[in-house]
Write a protein that binds this ligand. Structure first.
Ligand SMILES: [Zn+2]
Ligand SMILES: [Zn+2]
Ligand SMILES: [Zn+2]
Length: 161
């Protein structure tokens, strides 16, 4: 985590920003809750535990700055809430999300997988792809075991008939 913090510090310095204690506390919260997809309010409540003097406006500004510098991605899963997601180190494009319509779990796909699609968009549509947001809505693996078991039972029943 120290390394990630250092490299984020360098990213800020490269664009003439300092990692102030408030910014550092915000980045730490994002690192500690890496795959939690926190809203600004969630981040604020967690930052407050580290830096009680910090205000919501400062946290908002920090999150906007980190978004601008592409340290974090601002994402929206269709519920109207902006969530902040750390970009993986060295990733030039956003990662993808799998949102479960049954239990609300949000899983991440770190592989880009879009090389062919991006090539078509670049060549056929003459559009230079810089980034993308891709969210899949469906039923996650946590339910497949149960469903698999039901299918198995149905098969058994049919065999008995
Ligand atoms: Zn994510
Ligand atoms: Zn991509
Ligand atoms: Zn689920």
């Amino acid at each position: 985590m120290k390394n990630r913090l250092d490299s984020i510090k360098k990213q800020l310095h490269a664009q003439s920003y300092k990692l102030t204690p408030q910014r550092e506390a915000t980045v730490l919260v994002l690192l500690e809750h890496e795959s939690a997809h926190l809203s600004a309010e969630d981040v604020y409540l967690l930052v407050k535990e580290k830096a009680p003097e910090i205000g919501l406006a400062t946290v908002y500004r920090t999150l906007e700055l980190l978004t601008e510098l592409e340290v974090v991605d601002k994402i929206n899963f269709g519920d109207g809430v902006s969530r902040f997601d750390l970009r993986k180190e060295g990733a030039s494009h956003s990662h993808h999300h799998l949102v479960c319509i049954e239990c609300g779990a949000v899983d991440e796909i770190q592989e880009d997988l879009l090389g062919d699609v991006e090539a078509v968009i670049e060549n056929k549509y003459r559009f230079s792809v810089k980034d993308h947001r891709l969210t899949f809505h469906g039923i996650c693996h946590r339910h497949s075991e149960k469903e698999g078991a039901t299918e198995q039972n149905e098969e058994n029943e049919q065999m008995q008939v």
